[in-house]
Design a protein around this ligand. Sequence first.
Ligand code: HEC
Length: 184
Amino acid sequence: MNSKQLINTLHTHKTLLIMKNKIIVGLIVVLIAIQFVPTEKNLSNDNTYAIETKYEVPADVKVLLENACNDCHSNKSTYPWYSNVQPVGFWLDHHVNDGKKHLNFATFTKLPIAVQNHKLEETIEQVESGEMPMPSYTYFGLHSNAKLSDADRAKIINWAKSQMAMLKASYPADSLKMKPRKKS
Ligand code: HEC
């Protein structure tokens, strides 16, 4: 390698180092900036149409739902400290919003009766299959009281079944059938 080549190599090396530093600084700036993005927390705690206003929810089942489901399926989430650290908070907000969209125990009785019946059925399926609570909810020993034992699962399932039986006894069979969605 002659001296010209050596200078060229050193020059390329320096340029790469500067680029690398710029990327790192850029990432740090972005990480700091996203800490200030405003987010809306799920804290209204509006229970006007809560499931317990129309259904019987025994105390032990209520505790299980509170511990294992309500952070994502009610109008009040309990936020851990790391929810204030972005982008973790964004990720949690996404679960809460998505979870509430699919099932909200705090607005349950507002749904058409067939849908209420269907959501109870889905609750049975999700708990039976172990899909809910979401596995990531209990990662790293987090939310340890949301880890359901077989007995806990059975309690929720039997409760949902008994509520479906109650609906079946109270409403004409036809009104509990889900209507196929209208094509738009
Ligand atoms: C960490 C948030 C979180 C927790 C805790 C959680 N869920 Fe969910 N749940 C979701 C999300 C997100 C969805 C929608 C996406 C999906 O189905 O995976 C969902 C979907 C569901 C559905 C499907 C509803 C539908 O219309 O398809 C049911 C039923 C359900 N959850 C029941 C429960 C029950 C019962 C518990 C407690 C034992 C629970 N979930 C705990 C986030 C959560």
